[in-house]
Design a protein around this ligand. Structure first.
Ligand SMILES: C=C(O[C@H]1C=CC=C(C(=O)O)[C@@H]1O)C(=O)O
Length: 409
């Protein structure tokens, strides 16, 4: 449980921050990264695409942590945060990440120091726990470029083939089951600690149309927005269907990719409709990223102003972009054939305020740093359909990993 009296969380304006007011999110992060104390190994970050007009956040340390497990876990954590924050002057923001697996705990964290620009054009604020000095620019210690070694995984490609073939067999056996998403990992080791802040900054610069996040050593730039809920307006960006950039146009005509995409969209619209919400659906369109192109659909809706983003995250996760259709059957097939602990990969990651507003991405295109920052596990998955070819899905997951890997070079 939190050990800090919120009334003592103080807020102020970062001296000289008017110069940061109009910067893009990526530039803002690059500038404020100099405030991160040298001994803060694990920054907390959220940078949305500039068009979102969303808060840019850099935090470190922990003022308070609120946990939640299984169905309703995000809401459970948010309710604790909301009562903790009641009466606060400083409008605290909590950043969080929740695992893919439903029986594992995730959490919302109020950093000990939060540097936040709540919208473009506004000044940058600092929210601090007691005893935290106003942050100052410190020269980042010089680090040699990471010379990372990939840890050998003998038999990994064969294990992937077996997993994909088992998933395809499960789809063939039961025509109710239409799609399963499987993931794999690559492990990297560096001779010295990797600078997590530098990785987050590089991702925000290279993937400015994505949502860059860092939370407890999970760092990535996801192109998939699970929930953006602010002022009663809901938005989600659903992805499924992938090609390397040179073959992007094939996505528009390939029936396997189209079907895979439709299932992912339906997994969001059906939940909203069951809740009495009528969504507006725009797509599919081609979302071009430096490493891959996706089929993408944007879904928007008006929801009651009393709806909080935590409740919607709990209802939507896991969508068919990371689990499958029907959700329950796909989840069980994943548990049976994937042979992987996904951790926070493909779970919700984002931020919330005490009034329930928030933005949540799906934790994709990421790496999870082990304590000490020398070892990182890189994750990627792919939607498996009855016609899936294990070799192509292997290459597709490799192309997706390129996003995170590019930030380590
Ligand atoms: C599971 C991942 O991607 C999902 C999102 C976009 C496209 C996907 C696909 O084409 O398979 C996946 O559903 C991942 O990046 O690890």
């Amino acid at each position: 449980m939190p050990d800090l009296d919120v009334a003592s969380l103080t807020g102020g304006v970062l001296p000289g921050s008017s110069a940061l007011a109009d910067l893009s999110g990526a530039r803002w992060l690059a500038e404020v990264s100099a405030l991160l104390p040298a001994d803060a190994e694990r920054p907390r970050v959220w940078i949305a695409p500039d068009a979102d007009d969303a808060p840019c956040i850099l935090g470190w340390g922990t003022a308070a942590r609120f946990s939640g497990t299984s169905a309703g876990g995000v809401h459970t954590a948010w309710e604790q945060f909301r009562s903790w924050a009641a009466g606060a002057d400083a409008e605290p923001v909590a950043l969080g990440s929740f695992p893919f697996a439903r029986d594992r705990a995730g959490d919302l964290v109020v950093p000990a120091v939060t540097v936040i620009r709540r919208a473009r054009g506004r000044r940058t604020e600092v929210l601090s726990a007691p005893g935290e000095p106003m942050p100052r620019r410190v020269p980042r210690p010089h680090r040699e470029p990471a010379s990372l070694a990939e840890l050998p995984q003998p038999g990994a490609e064969r294990a992937w083939r077996t997993a994909v073939e088992s998933a395809v067999a499960a789809l063939d056996d039961d025509c109710r089951v239409q799609k399963v998403v499987l993931a794999r990992t690559v492990e990297l080791l560096a001779p010295h600690p990797i600078d997590q802040m530098a990785v987050a900054t590089a991702l925000a610069a290279r993937f400015s149309g994505c949502w860059t996040y860092a939370h407890d050593g999970l760092i990535g730039a996801t192109p998939e927005l699970l929930v953006d809920l602010r002022g009663g307006r809901f938005r989600s960006r659903v992805l499924a269907g992938t090609r390397k950039p040179a073959w992007s146009e094939e996505l528009l005509s390939d029936p396997k990719e189209q079907r895979e995409h439709q299932l992912a969209v339906a997994s969001v619209t059906q939940v909203l409709e069951a809740d009495g919400v009528s969504p507006t659906v725009e797509g599919p369109f081609l979302l071009r990223l430096p490493n891959v192109t996706h089929l993408a659909t944007d879904i928007t809706a008006r929801v009651g102003s009393r709806t909080d983003s935590a409740r919607v995250v709990d209802a939507l996760h896991p969508t068919a972009a990371v689990c499958g259709t029907p959700r329950e059957d796909a989840y069980q097939i994943i548990e049976r054939v994937e042979g992987l602990d996904r951790g926070q990969f493909s779970g919700p990651v984002g931020w919330m305020t005490a009034d329930g507003s928030g933005q949540w991405g799906i934790g994709l295109r990421c790496g999870q740093f082990a304590p000490g920052s020398r070892r990182v596990t890189v994750y990627a998955g792919a939607g498996i359909m009855p016609s899936s070819d294990p070799a192509k899905e292997w290459l597709e997951t490799g192309a997706k990993m390129e996003a995170f890997l590019s930030a380590l070079r």
